[in-house]
Design a binder for this molecule. Sequence first.
Ligand code: ADP
Length: 451
Amino acid sequence: KLASDGTPLTVENVVKPFILSDDDYKKIMDVMLDSFNQGLGKETNAKAAVKMFPTYVRSVPDGTETGKVLALDLGGTNFRILLISLDGQEVNMESKIYIIPQSIMTGTGIQLFDHIAECIHKFMNDHDLLHQKIPLGFTFSFPCRQEGLNKAILTHWTKGFKCAGVEGNDIVKLLHEAIERRGDIDVECLAVINDTVGALMSCAHEDRKCAVGLILGTGTNACYIETLENTELWDGDNDEPHQVIINTEWGALGNDGSLEFIMTDYDKQVDKHSINAGQQIYEKMISGMYMGEIARLVIEKLRKAKLLFNGKGSEELSERGRFYTKYVSEIESDGDDSNFKCTKQVFAELNLQKYTDEDCRIVQYVCSLVSTRAAYLASAGIATLLNKMNRPEVTIGVDGSLYRFHPHFHDLMEEKIRQLVNPGIKFKLMLSHDGSGKGAAIVTAVANRLA
Ligand code: ADP
């Protein structure tokens, strides 16, 4: 059998497009630096794929922040409300997850914010807070153009959300209006941050060298500390410190076609079937919402070519979105010498009955190539930021289930960043614990003290 380009249809030939060379990764870094600079430039921002939003968060915490703060965390799988008390290094947190039904995720903005306000009311009632005025920090992890710490205009929805009437509007205003419609809770949103900023701030609370925040979860994104001089779009004050955290929104990298040279047929299919085709190209090659689906498409390609499962699959395996990214982690966790315990478990969940050890090995190989490319692509982004900042030593605060639970993501990233970063730059990848909540609380506590 031959593939469409005339090469014999073998496993190696099918997976080859996922194996990128060092030169490819260097080229990707050039594309990234160009995109970052376009986003930062006054003249070029409007057309740039990567928006590089200044956040109005200007400095990392000094570890002495105090106060009681309510935090909202919206931006992916779960919506959470947290009550956080900060007292220097002492951080206490209580939190609850609330469901956002699919009908609300793709309904109207009014419905979304009324739902959020209702959840806040429930949470405050449960925690006996209804009689108190309490400052609120909102971790809202979608691309926003900020005009102040508590003024954030959503540019467009990502990650499966699509509520009408929110894009182009200030989400703090929408939240405050929903709170006013109820009239029975007394909270004021003092700060909006992104989950990347949350990861950076929460790690910086312990480690002052932290200057980059990275998310590898439903989506991917990063933020870093930039000088005001390099931030042409900065229109805040010029007081010390002469720096600001930039939310890169790097998931949109490649929206201008600049990553076309590494896109596989499978990436193109994932994009085509998403609710935001043509957008978030880099994100779709990396993050948890898409990685399992990429692996599934490759597995299906191999199966149909009779290179897997003797050509026989299952309804489940043929269903879009049914091969979860956590399966990739589970399958890879079997390692070299086991009896494919987790892989067989996943096969059972997918109702695959007849397979050989060789099938297990091939599926494991596909998963490892897809996740390694994801880890290396994220590494290229981090290395580009580290080279751009050019600090001698930087800690990177990382959050998200993909990084947290994949068995090799951390090691793959360390290895690749080390290879791509300029000589003399030291770095450390640090897992952020509850960054979205803790980060929002730190920023809000500081804003409250200054108010
Ligand atoms: P979010 O990014 O939405 O705030 P998470 O960080 O939990 O939340 O990320 C959720 C994403 O992580 C989902 O897309 C899911 O596919 C992926 N995920 C969940 N568990 C695992 C796992 N064990 N290994 C890899 N990815 C996972």
